[in-house]
Design a protein. Sequence first.
Length: 216
Amino acid sequence: MFSNTIVFIDAGHGAINKAGQYTTAPSKMFRHSKGTFHQGSTFLEGVWNRTVTNQVMRKLDVLGITYRALHHEYLDNSLQQRVDAVNWYAKQFERSIVVSSHANASATQAARGFEIYTSPGTTESDKIASIHWNNVNLLRNFYPLGAQIRMRNQASGSDHDNEANFYILRKTNVPAILIEHLFFDNFDDATLLMDDSVVDLFAEAQVRTIIEYFNA
Ligand SMILES: [Zn+2]
């Protein structure tokens, strides 16, 4: 679909190794008091991140859009390793973009909603964040549970992106966004994240954002 472009797809943290162990920090999982998630009532962020990125990569395959995953199927690749891959491969292409998928957690389990992060200051990444915010917001109208997805408004200014010094945003030499797909430690948000149509909404939005950005 595009010549000389590459999309770096990143699923945050690690997942379940062949021995059935979660390969990433305990903070990247949450045991709910009810419901069924990845391991009984426990929600595993790293596993969910791969669920959405797998769906994104399937869609990119169909469209013939070149991508490279920064994450391993289950190992918790270091941030340095992921950034090094971006900066090495980006040199071989004219245009590239990093889309990092995560889900969020809060101190009280009360926080809910969707957020996008970019590095501080006004950069090309802000353009992507704005496109992506609009795509998620729009697709909420066409998916069964879309209306239940809360769009978290930002404290600072009219931008739809939060600014943070996340390593993957700061150290990559190309435009990058980090998406916090709802709060996995909130029962209602976690329940939404387990729904296939919600996963598809978020994946579809990423693909449309990638296409719109490369076309702009
Ligand atoms: Zn995360």
